[in-house]
Each structure stands twice: as structure tokens, then as C-alpha cells.
Write a protein that binds this ligand. Sequence first.
Ligand code: ADP
Ligand code: MG
Length: 633
Amino acid sequence: MIELPTLPMNDEAASRGPILGIDLGTTNSLVAVYDAGGARILADAEGEISLPSIVSYPQDGAPVVGEAARERARLDPHRTVHSAKRLIGKGVQDLGRELATMPYSIVDAPGRSLAMIDLGERLLSPAEVSGQVLAELRRRAAAALKRPLEEVTQAVVTVPAYFDDAQRQATREAAKLAGLEIVRMVNEPTAAALAYGLDKEGAEHVIVYDLGGGTFDVSLLQLKDGVYRVLATAGDTYLGGDDFDRTLVLHAAREIQAKSGQDVLADPAARAALRMAAERTKIALSSAEEAELVFQDPAAGIAYRGKIDWRTFQEAIAPLIQRTLDCSAQVLADAGVAAEQINEVVLVGGSTRVPLVKAAVAQYFQRPARDELDPEQVVALGAAVQAGVLGGTVRDLLLLDVTPLSLGIETLGGAVSKLIARNTSIPAQAQEGFTTSVDGQTAVTLHVLQGERELAHDCRSLGQFVLRGIPPMPAGLPQIGVRFALDADGMLRVRAKEQRSGVSAEIEIEPKHGLSDEEVEKMLTDAWEHAEQDLTTRRVVDLRAQLGTVVAAIEKQRALFDELEAAQRERLVDALEEAGDAESIDRPETLKGILDGLEEASFPLAELLMHRVASEAVKDRKVSELLDSETAS
Ligand code: ADP
Ligand code: MG
């Protein structure tokens, strides 16, 4: 397998304009660039740095993005889309809590497993929504850099480490809709480590603890020879600052109920307003020991003003923080790295500004957590550093990410041949040779799979394609080379080529449906749990397939059976009969015995066949040729 380092782009690319560094977040998104002064965030005209990843689609008029959309959420919840990142690259059947917690209705695209938001008059894809967010960042960058929009066309975009091929590809489509080409996708934790330049400090094991608005991710990176690898990741897709807000919402709602007998939570608009007030209070509590929560709803006759102190808030969020520490323990266990081996801990995400979070993380890892860079900006800054590398501004750095699940194709009998193993650094390429199993076969179906299990039906199907036009040949003769190329963004191209005839076919993996991090996790634990049993099943499948091939080859020569000696014939017929029972046998040792027995019993037949072929060859040749070859030897 060949690993390619990150190469600076050529001069032509550099002249094509700046490369943006973009953190496309679930809650907030940011854009940064790398220039003479290093990496810096680009603000909008009002000096706002983070853009809420929210798009509202008014019935009459153009989509509204960011803060303005966030305000429209109260008016028009069914047409205001937040958290599109939770849906991107997934089908409805991949969704769980999203279906219940999102105020808009979600359906599959017609005939495809691809979640779409139903606006009533039309279906809206999550990629379109993310596309609007990216377009807004692109406009912001062009204005800040004083460049015409047409010159701002390239970006490095970050995605969660656990994003699969479908999710990455859908993100790429979103960028395309925004007029941006993603020149590189970088995993979010990797970007954070890059922003700190931790490679230069020689830190070998780095924990990136990312607590955002609605999601929590913790990753363990390993730095080796100036190169970053994601060793393990864990997290919770429903844990973040929103849950902190919820504790305050519930607190206020209880007090309001006690005082006025009113249930503010019953009214969605009041609830949304209270949530925004609670978030402001939470943020204030990050830098003060006490803060007010002010909420009024004149229509309902509610005016609430309450004080919340540090201690009350801390007690409410402590169990949530404990959950993040449990995930951290999981990551260490998965990677087999002890807490003492961690050299650096990096804080990412707005919610790590909460003092108790910082303290808990530092205590858990027994070292101060890095927070010199703004935790909300650090991922975008790292994306800009990577953009600097690609643009040729930063040169002394390599970047490597890994593929989270193995990639392979289905082979005879439903087994899986893995071409690219899980945790392989990307970009990666691999090639393997295959052949046909039936005489005269002119087409083969290539079924591309992702997962760790040994059998195709236990893995995730990524797509299928057919290689046609193979000239008819006996089974086993065609030489089909299958090449997997996984590019630096995790995009997979599979190409199959029959070497004798030169016919070829290829696919680029289509976004069918994505996987949540829990599902990736489950696929991995399933594989470990079933490893032994899978290997046995795999052997059984392989042996049955081999038996099938041998039986078919022998059966073709039925006409010759009569020429065998009686004892030989009897032995062969018995062995064939035994082989006929293979489907009901699932002990590999027994199957192996049958296969060996059959091969031995068919030996006299093979000998007979050989003589026959040899004498026919002689018979067909002209005497002159025979003489020629004899004189030649
Ligand atoms: P995401 O990566 O999910 O897009 P962010 O990293 O932007 O999210 O984090 C957003 C969360 O950070 C929100 O819940 C917000 O309330 C919270 N947050 C931002 N600043 C602070 C602060 N000073 N104290 C506590 N929470 C904060
Ligand atoms: Mg984030």
C-alpha cells in the first residue's frame, strides 16, 4: 500500500485565490484564512465571529442564514432548519432521536435512502441547508478579504472524525452548491491539534475534548514523525451546551409554575424564548458567580426574574460532565493508552468555557487543559493552517488521517475480501486480483462493502457495479484487477479491469445512507464479539465455495467416468456424493476432509483428462509442425 504525503499545490492553484479554512459545525460555523500573520478568523461586517448553522426558508422570499434565521425559529419553526449536520449523508432509517427532536418533518427522498426536510411545497436536502451556511461564510470571507466572490472558490472543511464516506461526500456536495471546492477535508480533532502546532512541541499522545452545542466528541491523536493520526474516538451525539441550558430552563419553569401556576413549557414559542434566555444566563455564569435569568411573556402574563448561582448550576450539570469523562475513559481503553501517557489535552467547543468542565477535564487527565486558543475558533484556525499547507504557505507539516472502517468487496459465497483495512492512513490505495467462478462468464458484479465482519451480509453495502464484456473464457482464467483508491477526503473510487481483454468499469461511492457514531461503534464491537465465530463461518463459506468449484469441474467430465477403473470410479462417485452434503455441514474440519478426499478421488480422472488433451493436441497438429518442433528441441 502506498501512502502519499500532503503536497503543496502548484503555483497555478495558488494564483486561483485564497483557500478558506471552514469549521462547519452543528450549532455554529466559522471561516478563517492563513496569511502572512498566520491563521486568523474572518468576522462579518458587525464583527461577529461565529455564524449559527441555521437556515430559515420563508414561504415568500430568499433563505435567511445565521443569527437572523435563529430569530425566525420562534416564528416559523417548521421552516427553520438547525442541526442539518445531524442529517447529512443519512437515510431516514439511520435516524433515531433526530426524528423526534427536530421541529420540521423529515422524509426519505423519492426512491432513495436520503433524509430530506419536507417544507410542504418541496423537499429540501440537508446538503442544501449546509450549502447555504457555506455560501454565507464564502460571502463573508470575500468581503473581509476584499476579493471578488469569483476568486473565493476553495476551502478546507472540517468534519467529525467518525463521519463516513456518505457523510463526507454529502458535505462535499454542500460545498459545491455554495460554489466552493473542498480541497481537503480534515477531521475536527486533527484541526484542533494543528492549530496548536503540537507536532512541533513533540507531544506524542493528544486528547481533543470537544463539547459543543449539541454534541460531544473526544479523540485520541497520536503524533509520529510530524504526522497526526486519530487512534480512537468516542462521544455522545446528544450531549452538549443545549443540555446545560435545559437544566436552567427546567429550573426557571418550576419557579414560574410555583409562582404563577403557568406551564411555560407547554407553548413552543415561550419555550424557545426561555431557552435563549437560559443560554445567556449560562454564558454569564462562565465568568461570574451569580447571574440573572430574565424572561417575559406579556401575552401569557409572565414576568420572571430569578438569580442563579454557580453552585446550583454546577450541581445540575455535574452528571452531564461525568458522562463526558466516561467517554474519555472509553477512548483511552480503546486505544490501549494510559492516562499518564497523554502529553496534551486540548479543549474545543464553546461549552468548554464552563469553568467546571475545564476543571473536571484537567483533573481527570491530571494536567492543565490547553485553552489559550478560543475553543470555539480552534477548529477553524486549524483548518486555515491546513489551507496554508496546501497553498504552500506552511511547509513543514504532514497530515494523516485514518479510515474508520475497513473497505472491501464481496467474493464467492458471500465472504468479504478486505482491500483497505480499518485505521489505514489515508490517502490509501490497494489492488487485488480476482477471477470468475463459472465457465463463459461475461460479467461480474462487484459489491463494495464497509465493515469489520467476515461475511458480506454483516457488513454495510456501499454500492455495486457490474464489469461487463469479459470475453467468454473457462472459469478461473479471466484476471480481474480490482483497485481501491481512497483519497485524502475519504472518497472511495473502485475500478475493476479484466487484464486480458482490457474491459473495465468503475464507481465512485454514492451517498446511500450514513452511519451515526454509535453505529460505527457498534460495527466495531460486533466485529470483536463475533471475531471467532466469524472466522469459522468465513472458513466454512470459503470451503463450500471451493468444493462447489471442484465438483463443477468434475461433473463436466462425467462422460469420461466410464473410462476409469471400477474402484476408482466408485471412489469418485462416493466422494462427489459426500461433497453434495456440504451445505448441511458447518464444521470447517469436516469440509476440509471432504475437499481433500474429493481432490484425491478425482486424481485418476485428471490424469485421464491430461492424456486425452495431450493426444488431441498431437492429433490436430500437422506432421510438418511436429517435425519442426522436434528438430528445434
Ligand atoms: P458546535 O461545534 O456544536 O457547532 P460550538 O463549539 O460553537 O458548537 O459551541 C456552542 C455551545 O457553546 C453553545 O451551547 C453555547 O451556549 C456554548 N457556549 C458558548 N460560549 C459559552 C460560554 N462562555 N460559557 C458556556 N457555554 C458557552
Ligand atoms: Mg464544533
